[in-house]
Design a protein. Structure first.
Ligand code: SF4
Ligand code: SF4
Length: 288
């Protein structure tokens, strides 16, 4: 590739990165916006081996995702508001950097960390081993729910951050087990997916697991060992005993292969290279 082509790509990438950092990705993120998210996350996660880098990177990702949601069409129609929490008794999972960010936040904000760990252990004993269906029928509230509000709101997982309903009645019926159909604004799935894929692309490149771990057990694991984050970035599977979201397991090998080729393309574009492989045509203006 000519040096001039790479310079031109990097210039365009920097322009999109600035835009995305300021106002979030658009509600239907373009592949280049997703590559800009990859570059932004990679920059934050690459800053040394110091503990806390997950927190810094996830704070940025969360801020951008919130801005994307705020600017998306249909958000004036959502029924979600503080104190409404029928959606908080479902199975929740998160990728490792998000779990470390939550653990850090709890360390900073809970005056009695021992009591918090004991409280989470009690909740974990009831939740452990329950998959999505078992969790739904058990009707167990998320242990991070605090007086009707999310107690980890600033660092809540991407799945919670990216879920909105157009009908609180449908959520109530869903919590009773009467329906699985919750009407949502059209943008939420692609938007949430874009933010998850961006993080996955970075983890994939770094050869770190991109799986989603059950939230309560995952946070407890990170909270009980303050070196867990550093050991995980060094390649140790500190979440080996934590359940993995079955959505990750359910993908067949062809889907997994395609997904990793997409991450590979995103990574290339995020570093000023042309995308190759089956996703090259997703970056038409990029391949000069
Ligand atoms: S998703 Fe449903 S239950 Fe949750 S805050 Fe929105 S309306 Fe309320
Ligand atoms: S993490 Fe917060 S938003 Fe998500 S289910 Fe738990 S209480 Fe609800």
């Amino acid at each position: 590739m000519a040096r001039q082509d790479k310079r031109q790509r990097l210039k365009e990438l920097r322009r999109v990165m600035k835009l995305v950092e300021r106002q979030g990705a658009s509600h239907q993120p373009t592949p280049v916006e997703m590559a800009a998210l990859v570059a932004l996350v990679d920059t934050r996660l690459s800053t040394g081996r110091a503990a806390g880098r997950s927190g810094r990177a996830m704070a940025l990702l969360g801020r951008m995702q919130d801005k994307s949601n705020d600017n998306a069409p249909g958000m004036d129609k959502i029924a979600c508001k503080a104190g409404c929490y029928y959606c908080c008794d479902v199975y929740v999972s998160a990728q490792a950097p998000r779990i470390f960010a939550i653990a850090d936040w709890l360390r900073e904000t809970k005056p009695d960390l021992g009591a918090e760990i004991a409280r989470l252990e009690t909740a974990d004993a009831a939740i452990r081993g329950k998959d999505v269906d078992a969790r739904a029928s058990a009707g167990l509230a998320c242990p991070f729910l605090d007086k009707g509000k999310c107690g980890i709101y600033p660092v809540r997982p991407a799945s919670c951050r990216g879920f909105f309903s157009l009908s609180a009645e449908a959520c109530i019926a869903g919590a009773r087990g009467d329906t699985e159909e919750i009407p949502t604004p059209a943008h939420i799935h692609p938007l949430r997916g874009a933010y998850e894929q961006a993080l996955s692309a970075v983890l994939y490149h770094w050869r770190l697991p991109s799986e989603h771990y059950e939230l309560t057990h995952g946070v407890l694991t990170a909270l009980k060992d303050e070196n867990a984050e550093a050991r995980w970035y060094d390649g140790e599977d500190v979440f080996a005993n934590v359940g993995i979201d079955r959505a990750d397991d359910a993908m067949n090998p062809e889907m997994k292969q395609l997904e990793s080729e997409f991450w590979h393309a995103l990574w290339a574009v995020a570093h000023g290279e042309p995308a190759d492989g089956p996703f090259a045509d997703r970056f038409p203006d990029w391949c000069l």
